[in-house]
Ligand binder design. Structure first.
Ligand code: AMP
Ligand code: MG
Length: 486
């Protein structure tokens, strides 16, 4: 276990030089205080969880102090926002403080979000508010607990610094961890600005640091792209299977590592709705829940374009064509597991699709359905969940097929229950739960956000006294509008 002062830095991205990032110091927040920290994320840096209680912890993660070996930098990138190319984005309000090497030899980027203005801030104030920092914190750590690849969150620091959004709020900083903060948009930036030698440097850096296994391939760039396509197919399958709606799948918010990245107006579905749009500013529904699949493919095509100086177009196309079948295979596998099925059968895709249609028609709570389906033997469980559906004859037909399917596979109910509860969370990060925790935190009470985080860090395990976190949302909690402003 390490103390904060013992972290070891090895700033590989900073060494690429000023073409790739600009040195910028964090701008401190007033009266910093720790809102919440993740012991599991601290463990990634071998940090003693007790370190979170030290005053220096809040000072380091609010811009007041800095390790002497940190080299804070704002990265430059570009990207397609809502389908339109923006030639210059970059870290407008976050800084890569440096890369920490843990005892296992892994590098972790320390990225401080909300650290003040940078050359890439455009019209922005460089800040992040408490509300959005808490939302990113909770989602990062929850997604990890679910087993979905994601950036991590070490802590949120609050402050008394006023920040103006639709109303006056207070500034906060989130310390984000990821093995890399390189986005699709990094490659697009050097491609579209015709800096192809720099693009080569970037690609070689990413290959050496993050895709070393691709370096032996005949064309390492092609192998890397294939790996990125495969990872994204798996990632999006998990999003769809768990009802996660990202909300802003711009290519600058897509991680080169295939992890969930840059949480904004995200939502986990309460009632199942394939057309759900979680981003209040997304008028056309470009990033609606079901569109996430074609949009991920679209973003991969945008990345492929930026790789054309190094990989033949035909090969890029061929690799892109793998996305949909890979996605479908992963998705069906996950959904089968959520349904407690262990063997693939012809007609599975239809069985899943019909269930979703029935859920949509009945506005059935997506996550509770699966949890309750596993709780008892099929006949009893189906009778319980049936009450939530509207098209009862449709449901009965589905239920009959499902039950027959479970019986064909055989096996003990206790094993089925264990298997299903291991993939179907009891506790969900629902918008209204996050909102309640945020409202309390905005009034200076950090108890609720800490408790919510603790409960969500073990989402599959029943926790005594935590029943209230399993409730469906109240009416107000279903209609929360989350905007891009953060
Ligand atoms: P996002 O929607 O958070 O992915 O951000 C898109 C771009 O806008 C990125 O380049 C951000 O760094 C930048 N940005 C977002 N909010 C701010 C802000 N408050 N101040 C400066 N830049 C910002
Ligand atoms: Mg972003």
């Amino acid at each position: 276990m390490k103390a904060l002062a013992d972290l070891v830095f090895d700033n590989r991205f900073a060494r690429l030089g000023d073409v790739f990032s600009t040195p910028v110091l964090p701008e401190p927040l007033d009266e910093p205080r720790l809102v919440v920290a993740s012991p599991a994320a601290m463990a990634l840096l071998d940090l003693d969880p007790a370190e979170a209680d030290a005053q220096v912890f809040a000072e380091l993660f609010s811009g007041h102090k800095l390790w002497s070996d940190a080299e804070p930098r704002a990265m430059v990138y570009s990207g397609h926002q809502f389908g339109v190319y923006n030639p210059r984005l970059g870290d407008g309000r976050g800084l890569l403080l440096g890369e920490v090497v843990n005892d296992a030899g892994e590098h972790w980027d320390l990225h401080l979000k909300g650290a003040g203005q940078t050359p890439y801030s455009r019209m922005g104030d460089g800040r992040a508010v408490l509300r959005s920092s808490i939302r990113e914190f909770l989602a990062s750590e929850y997604m990890h607990a679910l087993g979905v690849p994601t950036s991590r969150a070490l802590c949120v620091t609050g402050s008394s610094t006023p920040v103006w959004r639709e109303r006056q709020e207070t500034g906060a900083m989130l310390l984000r961890l990821a093995p890399s903060h390189v986005r699709f948009g990094h490659f697009e930036y050097f491609y579209y600005s015709n800096q192809h030698e720099r693009l080569r440097e970037l690609g070689e850096h990413v290959l050496a640091c993050h895709f070393p296994e691709c370096q032996a391939a005949e064309n390492p760039w092609a192998a890397m792209f294939r790996e990125i396509v495969e990872r994204n197919a798996g990632l999006i399958a998990q999003w769809q299977a768990y009802g996660f709606c990202h909300g802003v799948m711009n290519s600058d918010n897509m991680s080169i590592l295939g992890i969930t990245f840059d949480y904004g107006p995200y939502a986990f579905l309460d009632d199942f709705d394939a057309n759900h749009i979680c981003n209040h500013s997304d008028d056309s529904g470009r990033y609606s829940f079901s569109n996430q699949v074609p949009i991920a493919h679209w973003n991969l095509a945008a990345l492929a374009q930026a790789l054309t100086p190094f990989v033949e177009v035909a090969l890029l196309r061929e690799t892109l064509d793998l996305f949909l079948p890979l996605f479908q295979a992963h998705y069906q596998d996950l959904m089968r597991r959520r349904l407690g099925l262990t063997q693939a059968e012809e007609g599975d895709a239809e069985l899943i699709e019909r269930l979703l249609q029935l859920m949509q028609a009945g506005a059935v709570d997506y996550s509770l359905f699966f949890r309750r389906l596993g709780e008892q033997a099929p006949a009893e469980a189906l009778a319980v969940v049936r009450e939530d559906f509207v098209d009862l004859s449709g449901f009965d037909q589905w239920a009959q097929e499902y039950q027959a399917r479970v019986e064909r596979e055989g096996g003990e109910q206790s094993a089925r229950r264990t298997r299903m509860h291991a993939v179907n969370p009891l506790y969900m990060l629902r918008n209204y739960l996050a909102q309640n925790a945020i409202t309390a935190a905005e009034q200076g009470d950090y108890g609720p956000v800490r408790e919510l985080h603790a409960v969500l860090s073990r989402p599959f395990e029943e926790q005594p006294g935590m029943q209230r976190y399993t409730e469906r949302p109240p009416e107000w909690g279903k209609r929360l509008e989350i905007s891009c402003s953060s």
